[in-house]
Design a protein around this ligand. Structure first.
Ligand code: Z5A
Ligand code: MG
Length: 188
């Protein structure tokens, strides 16, 4: 059908929630059900910017906090032309983390720095401790207050198959709904 576009489906959540596992399974299931679906992930480590991010995350290099935030953002923007092209061609994109991780993780970091400065507690591992993840989760909660986006919360503590079944069902509905919303709405 002319004008039929793909849906932009973003999986967000704290570390080890199972986003990458579920993203891969979702793309397979959607393709098996006859949709055109492809997987994207952020950070996308294959580009020049992505390589800088990968090195930073692996603690092989240091990058100033504001700068690294902008690198994560640039890593998404360098893929926006591709994202628009695919969606307009009717391809549904399943995206393993997007801008919401950018906000949640940077804001969690800002709070940590403020607290650590107060208590003199610098020196935690990068992003990988319980209190940091808790703050990221709180930030995700605030971001879900944006009712222009169609957020759905999925309980990721269940089995991989149970989580997958629920996500797949939600996405079938989302793909139908996306056809009636102009693509331009995604970037306004
Ligand atoms: N970051 C940022 O700061 N700013 C940004 O703008 C962006 C990202 C986009 C790297 O991201 C870091 O970048 C991340 C946020 C930050 N740092 N932190 N924290 P990443 O996406 O590359 O991170 P990752 O290495 O892929 O980890 P992850 O995404 O946190 O994991 P996951 O994808 O959610 O989980 P998984 O790999 O699918 O599963 C983990 C394991 O659990 C695996 O062995 C699975 O088999 C198992 N698993 C999965 N689901 C289940 C269930 N349901 N039951 C039992 N076991 C399960
Ligand atoms: Mg992952």
């Amino acid at each position: 059908m002319a004008g039929r576009r793909g849906a932009l489906i973003v999986l967000e959540g704290v570390d080890r929630a199972g986003k990458s596992t579920q993203s891969r399974k979702l793309v397979s299931a959607l393709c098996a059900a006859g949709h055109r679906a492809e997987l994207l992930r952020f950070p996308e480590r294959s580009t020049e910017i992505g390589k800088l991010l990968s090195s930073y995350l692996e603690k092989k290099s240091e990058v100033e906090d504001h700068s690294v935030h902008l690198l994560f953002s640039a890593n998404r923007w360098e893929h926006v032309p591709l994202i628009k092209e695919k969606l307009s061609q009717g391809v549904t994109l399943v995206v393993d983390r997007y801008a919401f991780s950018g906000v949640a993780f940077t804001s969690a970091k800002e709070v940590r720095l403020a607290e650590a400065a107060k208590r003199g507690e610098f020196g935690h591992e990068r992003y990988e401790n319980g209190s940091f993840q808790k703050r990221a989760l709180q930030s995700f909660g605030q971001l879900m207050g944006d009712k222009t986006l169609n957020w759905r919360v999925v309980d990721a503590s269940r089995s991989i198959e149970d989580v997958h079944k629920e996500i797949h069902e939600l996405c079938e509905d989302t793909i139908q709904a996306a056809m009636h919303r102009p693509l331009e709405e995604l970037w306004t």
